[in-house]
Ligand binder design. Structure first.
Ligand code: ADP
Ligand code: MG
Length: 691
């Protein structure tokens, strides 16, 4: 490998390249745009575009694309070449400011949730200068936002940027009250990415993996993850080579891939990058997923990003580490050492606690999908109930504040959070609760519910919006206060008391917690359709419209897209299941029992007893008959999907999915009865324990 510092970011038009290639005044005005979100003058855009093109062409690039994140959850691109005809019949390589700033892809086939009829195909992409352009597959990729002809947003990027602005605005107001003058507060994110690597040859023989991303059938392998010998285990050479290659590709793209290790399940791994701004982290995570898949192919692997590729072993998630930091370099979720810093920290902590409690439903919605429903609430991932873990020390601080007294050695004394009166907050960062969906980990929160294949924009939109609103309300109250210390104390105490119920330090996987959460009035939204139904609750509409993140129409479109996607995924899985049952599994059962039956006849003809085979034939025949009947039930369920996005989604969750599971159970039993050479695809053992 060439030297990492030289390699790092070599495919990114980053700050260093801008500084080197742009005239000073252009560089300065671009920086201002990036920092303050001001519009870029057309002449400046022309100069930037030309410098970008020269830089890219020198690296062998011939095409450019506006790279955007439509509602499909993946990224989209449409390539144009730089060539422009000249009079002598030849071409020159050209790229104008106009082409940089705005694109018009034919957007009719992207989901819009009813926002844009297909005949109004036009959509716009607009350059997001806060995320660096980069080179991928010999193409200059320009990160962009995507909206309709009428200005409605059609992507995940625009609302994320809006939510970042909102949280910055409100946090600045709060900081002013503490005598701090900052220009910008940025939501920072470090997404840890889990994935599976399986052998390409096995993958090719599993139509369920190919069509749906997960195994729809498969009896448990005799060995799974029970020995816990894979987690942080030594990485086998073939995987190690993959990880090295992956790091190199990610580094070239300026992605700080930092930690790679084996995860709990066999052939499950994780990559954690160093955190960055929420929008860059989102772009980079989208790129990471793409690169993971591409690099896997070169190593004879397939990278599975589905949340639950295999039943019986852990699924994959993505931990969204989130914090707020100022342009002066202060992490607002860092407790700090002085009482004044601690008062500020407590106010931000209170805002997050309030935000999570009031918008539990939105956080749950942001991680809702057919794939992730397998994880949440299973005994491996956080439950579907949202709660916050702050650790014992901090919880004690909260309790003390709420009750107004502290137990300090022998004597009880009043505890106040006036700027001058708060004792230092003791914090033991090593205390980790792995079962909490939303855990404070010393100077950031780790949201563990997102699924491995998710675009993290949505989660961060919800978080930023909810926290922005809480901070805004705090600022409203405190700005008018005569005695700041006193008002602060009253506010923090009142809010913590009101939202105390969301704090939970115990085992989130236990049944007792489900009952306890119910007593506390916390939401337990078990399926995607249940969660999505809350998207347009009046309080959520108010949140998004008042902060200018979504209009009512945009919000409804997102709700509908989520519901449609859910029922489509379940129906594709159901149809794939039926196909495999009818064309492969049931025929395999019949073929095997037939051969057994022939053996029975042959043995009997020479006077040998064949009772074992005969009972096997009977057993397999009976089970196959039941399987056929369950397949018919599944077919009928699929036939009955009602129209209307919300209705179809609920029906798929309540009727189609259970019918599919019911058939699978029996098919998996039959797998254990049918001879190995008759079974139509590689088993879990083959898939999970390759060499
Ligand atoms: P873990 O034990 O969960 O792996 P780490 O300390 O390794 O914890 O951090 C996990 C992730 O959190 C990394 O991606 C890291 O960059 C990110 N992270 C650390 N500090 C912040 C922060 N202030 N804001 C956002 N993410 C952060
Ligand atoms: Mg973590």
């Amino acid at each position: 490998m060439s030297k990492v510092p030289e390699l790092f970011g070599s495919m990114v038009f980053n700050d260093a390249v801008m500084k080197e290639r742009l005239p000073k005044d252009v560089y300065r005005s671009l920086r201002r745009t990036i920092r303050e979100g001001t519009a870029l003058a057309p002449e400046v855009a022309d100069v930037v575009a030309s410098a970008m093109k020269d830089w890219a062409v020198a690296k062998g690039v011939t095409h450019f694309t506006h790279w955007f994140q439509p509602m499909t959850g993946i990224t989209a691109e449409k390539h144009d070449s730089f060539i422009s005809p000249c009079e002598d019949g030849g071409v020159i390589m050209e790229f104008s400011g106009k082409e940089l700033i705005k694109g018009e892809p034919d957007a009719s086939s992207f989901p819009s949730g009813g926002l844009r009829a297909t005949f109004e195909a036009r959509g716009y992409t607009a350059w997001d200068p806060t995320s660096y352009a980069f080179i991928k597959d010999d193409t200059l990729c320009i990160p962009t936002a995507f909206c309709s002809y009428h200005g409605e947003i059609l992507d995940k990027k625009t609302p994320l940027l809006r939510s970042m602005d909102a949280v910055s605005r409100e946090a600045i107001r709060v900081l002013k009250l503490f005598g701090k003058d900052v220009c910008r507060v940025t939501a920072t994110v470090g997404p840890e990415q889990e994935y599976f690597l399986i052998d390409k040859k096995d993958y090719a023989k599993r139509p369920d993996l190919i069509l749906t991303g997960r195994t729809l059938f498969g009896a448990s392998s005799p060995k799974g993850q029970e020995l816990e010998d894979h987690y942080f285990g030594s990485i086998r050479p073939r995987v190690k080579a993959y990880m090295a290659d992956l790091d190199e590709e990610l580094w070239k793209l300026g992605i700080y891939s930092k930690t790679e290790h084996n995860e709990v399940a066999p052939c499950q791994h994780e990559m954690a990058p160093i955190f960055t701004t929420a929008n860059l982290a989102t772009d980079q995570n989208q790129l990471t997923m793409e690169v993971m898949k591409k690099v896997a192919d070169r190593h004879g692997f397939v990278c599975l990003l589905h949340e639950k590729p295999f039943e019986g072993v852990n699924g994959s998630g993505k931990h969204n580490n989130w914090a707020l930091s100022t342009d002066t370099g202060e992490n607002l979720l860092d407790p700090g050492r002085t009482p004044a810093d601690n008062a500020q920290f407590l106010l931000f902590l209170t805002a997050v606690i309030k935000a999570v409690d009031e918008y539990q439903d939105l956080l749950r919605i942001s991680v809702a999908s057919a794939g992730n429903d397998h994880r949440l609430g299973a005994n491996e991932a956080p439950p579907a109930i949202v709660s916050v873990y702050v650790g014992d020390e901090l919880e004690e601080v909260v309790d003390t504040l709420v009750s107004g007294t502290a137990h300090d050695g022998e004597k009880r004394r009043a505890m106040d959070i006036g700027v001058t009166a708060l004792p230092p907050i003791p914090l033991d960062n090593s205390d980790r609760n792995r079962t909490s969906p939303f855990a404070f980990t010393g100077n950031k929160f780790e949201f563990r519910m997102p699924g491995s294949s998710f675009n993290i924009a949505c989660t961060n939109i919800m978080l930023n919006a909810a926290v922005a609103q809480a901070l805004g309300k705090f600022a409203d109250e405190l700005e008018g206060a005569e005695d700041f210390d006193k008002a602060l104390s009253v506010l923090v105490r009142r809010e913590l008391a009101a939202h105390r119920r969301i704090l939970f330090n115990g085992n989130g996987y236990s049944d007792e917690w489900v009952a306890e959460a119910k007593r506390r009035g916390l939401l337990d939204l078990r399926t995607t359709p249940e969660a999505l139904a809350h998207f347009d609750d009046p309080k959520n509409v108010e949140l998004f419209t008042s902060l200018g993140i979504y209009t009512l129409e945009e919000l409804h479109s997102r709700q509908e897209i989520g519901q449609e996607e859910y029922s489509k995924v379940i129906q594709i899985e159901a149809k794939t299941s039926m196909d495999l049952l009818k064309k492969r599994i049931i025929p395999a059962c019949i073929a095997y029992s037939k051969s057994l039956a022939e053996g029975v006849a042959a043995k009997k003809s020479i006077g040998v007893d064949a009772d074992v085979e005969a009972s096997m034939v009977k057993l397999i025949t009976d089970k196959t008959a039941s399987l056929l009947s369950r397949t018919c039930t599944l077919a009928a369920a699929v036939e009955g999907v009602p129209s209307g996005a919300a209705k179809a989604a609920s029906y798929c969750a309540e009727t189609v999915f259970p019918a599919m599971q019911h058939a699978r159970e029996l098919a998996d039993e039959l797998e254990m009865l049918v001879g190995r050479e008759y079974w139509p695809f590689p088993t879990y053992g083959d898939l999970l324990f390759y060499v």
